[in-house]
Design a protein around this ligand. Structure first.
Ligand code: NAI
Length: 413
């Protein structure tokens, strides 16, 4: 395709004026929400930069479409293109049927070592929510994407390896029942440091004021506890100039964060669930392990009105894949009624990641305005007292119609 390849320097993209960005449409509702997403992103880029910048979209194939055309759900050419072009966006993919096959999503995350799962959770005015002040929550969750129990080191009850491990533990004096399945939780210093580094760097880049390390180290000392210890060590080694600990905040600064500094605190996972509901505005960036991150992302998304609009990204040092957080919604596929917001807002994250913040701001504000005007797709309309129900493509057109070029950049908390 025409355009230029995005290069990476020290883990960050160097964005040309006409980057080539591969997209995977996805299965089920994928093609509908993918069309809507590209329409909105192109309009935002055009309004922000005129003809000076443009995304050159390049379709690559995965899932059902790839199976039909190339006989494989994830062709080698697709993996090669995603690696070569560095930054891409994908719709949801059906999990392969038939046991034993790994999910395509997991395969891609592992293949490109996309170690940060990034999930921003914020409220869009007008979205129905179960809490009284959903607007208090505006948090970006950095979830470690490769280790923890998700590394999949598990042994079925009665299997030779489970028996071997239980025998070894018995030798060491651990008294464990014979009818036990065994799972091993792993967390490395390397994995912790790169995830916490990415979270802190994000807070610096996005002018966010708090980074909270969330862990269950009071119980799991050498995995979750080590995650906290190694995270604090990393912050002290690499970000001492800018980070202020919670102790220092009170002992040295009278509880007031000095200008230009970022608070680094930590919370136990269960207390985090409590405080996300009761003191939502105390959070800004969360760095956590894989399983905690899984639970927290969905709970936080529910607080602001559900998973239907929550965007997500999987980011590594030389590669980033932006994706919808929901599935292929086979029950409504092909009907043109799906809500494109999750993929669309993932695309907005992609614009921010590329440094095209003006276009990202235009798109975000236009989505906000469209939802606030109660012109929404059916999934949101059914929870609103009065609303205008739009098709997927009409919603995208409405978002484009609501775009306004901002006069100046606004700050973030
Ligand atoms: P799902 O997220 O596809 O659907 C759950 C419910 O939410 C359905 O009622 C659906 O209609 C609705 N829904 C989802 N997205 C929507 C949207 N954008 N607009 C309006 N309504 C929406 O989850 P489900 O049914 O468990 O999974 C279906 C397939 O998707 C499975 O094959 C699963 O493996 C795959 N999947 C893929 C993911 C990915 O590619 N990242 C993530 C989750 C599931």
């Amino acid at each position: 395709p025409a355009g230029e390849v995005i290069q990476f320097k020290e883990g960050k993209p160097i964005t040309p004026v006409q980057p080539i960005i591969p997209f995977i449409e996805g299965d089920g509702i994928g093609p509908e929400i993918s069309d809507a997403t590209r329409l909105v992103l192109d309009a935002a880029v055009s309004l922000a930069y005129g003809s000076a910048r443009r995304i050159n979209w390049f379709e690559v194939f995965a899932g059902d479409k790839a199976r039909q055309q190339f006989g494989k759900p994830l062709p080698d050419d697709t993996l090669a293109a995603l690696r070569h072009f560095g930054v891409s966006i994908k719709g949801p993919l059906n999990a392969p049927t038939g046991g034993g096959m790994r999910s395509l999503n997991v395969t891609m995350r592992q293949h490109f070592d996309l170690y940060s799962c990034v999930r921003p959770v914020r409220y869009f005015s007008g979205v129905p929510s179960v809490v009284k002040r959903p607007q208090d929550l505006d948090v970006v969750i950095f979830r470690e994407n490769a280790e923890d129990v998700y590394a999949g080191i598990e042994f079925e009850m009665g299997s030779p390896l489970a028996k071997k491990i239980l025998a070894l533990l018995a030798e060491e004096g651990y008294d464990i029942r014979e009818d036990t399945g065994v799972g091993i939780k792993i967390m490395s210093r390397t994995g912790t440091r790169r995830l916490v580094r990415a979270a802190i760097q994000f807070a610096i880049d996005q002018q966010r004021k708090v980074v909270t390390i969330v862990h269950k180290g009071n119980i799991q000392k050498f995995t979750e506890g080590a995650f906290l210890k190694w995270g604090l060590e990393l912050a002290a080694e690499e970000f001492a100039e800018i980070m202020v600990s919670e102790d220092d905040l009170w002992s040295k600064h009278g509880g007031v964060l000095p200008e230009g500094k970022i608070l680094l605190n930590h919370r136990i996972a269960d207390a985090t669930f409590f405080e996300l509901l009761t003191r939502a505005n105390k959070f800004s960036v969360i760095a956590t392990m894989n399983l905690n991150g899984d639970y927290i992302s969905d709970a936080a998304a529910a607080q602001v009105g559900g998973l239907g609009i929550a965007p997500g990204a999987n980011i590594g040092d030389n590669c980033a894949l932006f994706e919808a957080t929901h599935g292929t919604a086979p029950d409504i596929a092909g009907k043109g009624i799906a809500n494109p917001c999750s993929l669309l807002l993932s695309g907005v994250m992609m614009l921010e990641y590329l440094g095209w913040t003006e276009a990202a701001e235009i798109a975000t504000k236009a989505v906000q305005k469209t939802i606030k005007a109660r012109t929404v797709t059916g999934d949101l309309a059914r929870f609103m007292k009065t609303s205008t129900k739009l098709s997927t493509s009409d919603f995208a057109q409405a978002v484009v119609g609501n775009m306004v070029k901002p006069r100046r950049r606004s700050g973030k908390k």
